[in-house]
Design a binder for this molecule. Sequence first.
Ligand SMILES: [Zn+2]
Length: 701
Amino acid sequence: VRTPLLPSVLVASLTAAAGLIAACDGTPDAVTPPQPSATATAVEPSGPPVKTVTLKETGINPTWMDRSAQACTDFYALACGGLIKSVEIPADKSSWGPSQELQLRTEEFLRDTLEKSAKQPGNDPIQKKLGAWYGACMNEAAIEKAGTKPIKSLLDVVAKVKDEKSLHAAILALHKHSVFPFFDVSSQQDFKDATLVIAALDQDGLGLPDRDYYLLDDAKMKEIRAFYQGHVERMLVLAGDKPAAARKAAAEIVRVETAIARLAQDKVVRRDPYKIYNKIDRPGLTATAKRFPWDAYWKGLGFAGIKDVTVNSKEYFAGVDALMASEKPAVWQSYLRWTVLAAEGSRLGKGFVDERFAMRAKLTGQKAIEPRWKRCVTSTDTALGELLAQEYVKAKFDAPSKQLAEELLGAVRGAMKAELGSLSWMDAATRSAADEKLAKMNRKIGYPATWRSYDFEVGGEYAANVVTASAFELARQLRKVGRPVDRNEWDMTPPTVNAYYNPSLNEMVFPAGILQPPLFDKAFATAVNYGSTGGVMGHELTHGFDDEGSQFDGDGNLRVWWSDATSKQFQEQTRCVEDQYSAYEAVPGVKLNGKLTAGENIADIGGLKLAYAAYREARKAAPERLAAEGYTEEQIFFLAYGQSWCEKDRPEFLELIAKTNPHSPTIFRVNGVVADVPAFADAFSCPAGSPMRPAKVCAVW
Ligand SMILES: [Zn+2]
């Protein structure tokens, strides 16, 4: 289920329509924790003595650097050029760097615990459940033998579509199992009353990653569209359709998906919370989409009493309502059949899995599918994440690490508080509201205070387990409607190498998975932890004040708390960032979308500034300064920031993110950002007019 707008995540995880693309992962060469150094200390004429260490001892990885590159011309090349030159992207990846290698190590750890649980579950109910899930997923012989049996009940409902009434019934049956033709359903906090949870209906039901893939007529989009139609056809044949029938159906499916895409909101429009929030409740829903039997729908989902409902757009729901009546039942049979295969295909036998992967490879450039165990680790994390996380947290995130992360975050918050006090473009009234928002901002580090439960049975049939788990999750989401908000919940599992800010809860969340070497380590130099993880924390904090987050107040309510004059200044600076990034090219001929990426870019720029201010404050009274291999401590701070984003990407992947993702490619998350942070140019003594000290600097935060 795709939640509209929320939350803002750190890394370009690709969640796409109909589960086509799984989250991308992340990273690097292991960094050896710094050894205590016996190197002599020198004394500078002014300031504290300088302690000379090696880069490696600070936590910087010198092999990732290209020391022939110029910091002031292309800082990304200096920090990451060595990695980019030497690394070969693994066949089963679309990108590779420190975070992907960290993710691989995390997956290996989880695999080991899961294999143990699958082989010797003992009497522990948690280990039994985890072992059963992973074991069923790994049992390819049984999966092959089951064929399409696990999804037969869904396909049977679809085969009964003969008129509008049976179409509506089939949509309900699929939605109950988290297969979402036309639209999806979930719950969310009411944007305008953050104490309430309401039901949310949103556009959905497309098999390609974005509406542009259906509507744009450039050569690349046409090529992907043609490939997609062939893919749909091949999936239908695998499911038992005759080749001629599958060919005709695939053309019809792409035609109706194109009609849905035309109704769908554009991804830039969807960054405006006012454009995706329309609390029309049950009566408004009936008035908007008149033909659809909403009472039967909610009752069928098991939630007849739901009253409060928001839709992303009334036009969309009126449009699909009319669309459902405008096509022959046979066309809808094909479309619904396809949505089932698209959602469940990767859990069926090898033929389906390989065909689904072929489509993904076309979009991401990946050369080989991930080994089965990795897919099963991911699947377990998705279905039973907070059970799987318990061993991980015990082994990988000790109390001193948690304490250090808390200190770091406290320092970054302190820097934001000081920043708010000194901003020239903000008037006093807005400043005090911003102060209040910062004071109320909640933070979660590592893992949840209490572990959630998963009250469903796990059996021996993998695809059936997934259907059960999806139905359980949807019901869990809808059960929240009308109840008070649970502030202890997490939207990411603890081993996740990522982080997020949620504006409705006004909270930032840092799973244990990202607070690991080579991104974070209690043995690293202070400058390195602040440059890397401090930057991440500053990023999430700044999301509270980016183009989206700034529209929610400290209590998580969508309301205007900015004065007109200050808001105008903010928008001007935002436009500066949009223009800056719109000029960057992801791959030749494909520019970034400055409006789509504005929030992430603002968070990157603001985040680095906050991390730097926090670092300076933390080292203000330090008895000594570090220097390593010709780099000052400030330069080491920036190298750590740059290295946290080292990544080599396949061109297909870069093009995909440029077209669909709010995050900029990592080269711009470094070079675009340091160009807007004058402290960087100062640290490296960059001459005026050099690429990293441009004449025009954008400064939102
Ligand atoms: Zn972000």
